[in-house]
Design a protein around this ligand. Structure first.
Ligand SMILES: [Zn+2]
Length: 310
């Protein structure tokens, strides 16, 4: 009786949850996809192009050169100043979210280089209380804009959020004004801000910084909107058009500038920054319309150099 012998040796059968998941079912096409292959393709289904949700550090690795990345303001933590309690205490939700994500709040801010160009990047984390925007998210975005102004470099924000964090009441709503004002300062300083909207970007986030980019880029199929579709349907008492609140619908109606598949995101942003950045001619020179600045603009408009050949 072999199994009795194995038991006496202390060998236990592997539990199902201990085994690594090698295959995943794609919600887009229903195909079973090999996980490694999916990861190699930035977690986009190779069969149908469905974009699987990825973690915040996934976007940092996608967009920046790994050696260049430095996180800042990671120590800023939320406070339950209203002593809020619904089904759960807010203070307990914070504790659980920190344990789950290893982050103090729903946004990380880093500096690093994108194709060799210095940028400030903020990425939201949906796993932290639905990527909700509270006082910490607002403060970190404001400080990230300050760093971008100090370094005179572009700011990128990857949004992934259910909206304002209601457990912080009016303070969370104030972050809409705070981040918008900071982005206006960035704009006055002539620095580009690129907003990347992923699935989902809703509520107060879509109603503030996510839609304020000089260029607003979305991932294909991303849910983007303010109120939920069901609430809108009940309020207006009408059926909503097909594809309502999806990236493609928003692009068609002028809310977005571009839809870009995740594997091409870095290259696309690099191309946009090549065009927008005042690295060489300062934006002031461009505004003055000096001949030299115009020449440089022409040079910038020419197609970007194929980096693969270098
Ligand atoms: Zn698929």
């Amino acid at each position: 009786m072999v199994w009795f012998k194995r038991k006496s040796q202390g060998l236990v059968p592997q539990k199902k949850k201990d085994m690594p998941e090698l295959w995943v079912k794609c919600p887009g096409c229903g195909e079973i996809v090999y996980k490694r292959e999916l990861e190699r393709n930035s977690n986009v289904c190779t069969n149908c192009g469905h974009h699987f949700r990825i973690k915040a550090d996934g976007y940092v690795n996608l967009l920046l050169e790994p050696d260049s990345v430095q996180e800042f303001n990671e120590e800023i933590a939320p406070k339950d100043f209203l002593k809020f309690k619904a089904k759960k205490r807010y203070s307990e939700q914070i504790k659980a979210a920190i344990k789950k994500t290893g982050q103090k709040d729903a946004l990380i801010s880093v500096t690093g280089t994108l194709a060799g160009r210095e940028v400030v990047l903020c990425v939201m984390n949906f796993e932290y209380i639905g990527g909700s925007m509270g006082s910490v998210v607002g403060e970190k975005i404001a400080l990230a804009a300050d760093v971008a102004m100090e370094k005179k470099c572009p700011l990128l924000i990857v949004s992934m959020s259910g909206g304002a964090r209601m457990m912080e009441g009016a303070v969370s709503l104030m972050q809409m004004a705070k981040t918008s004002a900071k982005l206006a300062q960035l704009s006055d300083a002539g620095l580009p801000y690129i907003s990347i909207l992923t699935d989902p970007t809703t509520g107060g986030v879509s109603a503030s910084y996510a839609m304020l980019g000089d260029v607003n880029i979305a991932e294909p199929g991303a849910l983007i909107g303010f109120a939920g579709a069901r609430v809108i349907k009940q309020t207006i008492g009408e059926d909503l058009p097909e594809g309502f609140q999806r990236a493609e619908f928003l692009l068609e109606h002028g809310f977005l500038d571009l839809i870009c598949p995740r594997p091409e995101m870095k290259e696309q942003i690099n191309r946009i920054l090549d065009f927008m950045c005042a690295d060489s001619p300062s934006s002031k020179e461009l505004k003055n319309g000096s001949v030299e600045a115009n020449k440089l603009t022409e040079a910038k408009i020419s197609p970007p150099v194929d980096t693969d050949k270098n």
